[in-house]
Design a protein. Structure first.
Length: 95
């Protein structure tokens, strides 16, 4: 797999800069075996859900470490968000 450049893992959207290497390891493990297109989908979904929760000031998201977010698959907390994101993604990416 090619090198991962994700704002989620790089910490650009996280005020907490701790655990970057652990987050990267969790992220690589999660993406193992996925195609490049699948990896892009999951990276965008994870980041979109995190930012949505942060912007809505959902309790705990401002302090959440990236490794914890990835390990606990927090984007699965809201299936409705996931379904809407997937539908929009498929529409925009012609799949």
């Amino acid at each position: 797999m090619q090198e991962i450049h994700s704002p989620l893992v790089q910490g650009q959207h996280y005020p907490t800069k701790q655990g970057k290497q652990k987050a990267l390891a969790k992220f690589k493990l999660f993406l193992k075996g996925k195609s490049e297109g699948q990896a892009r989908f999951w990276m965008n979904l994870m980041l979109a859900y995190y930012m949505d929760c942060r912007d809505k000031q959902v309790v705990g998201y401002a302090e959440l470490h990236a490794a914890t977010y990835i390990h606990n698959k927090r984007w699965e907390d809201n299936p409705e968000f996931m379904n809407e994101f997937k539908a929009e993604w498929l529409k925009e990416n012609g799949q």
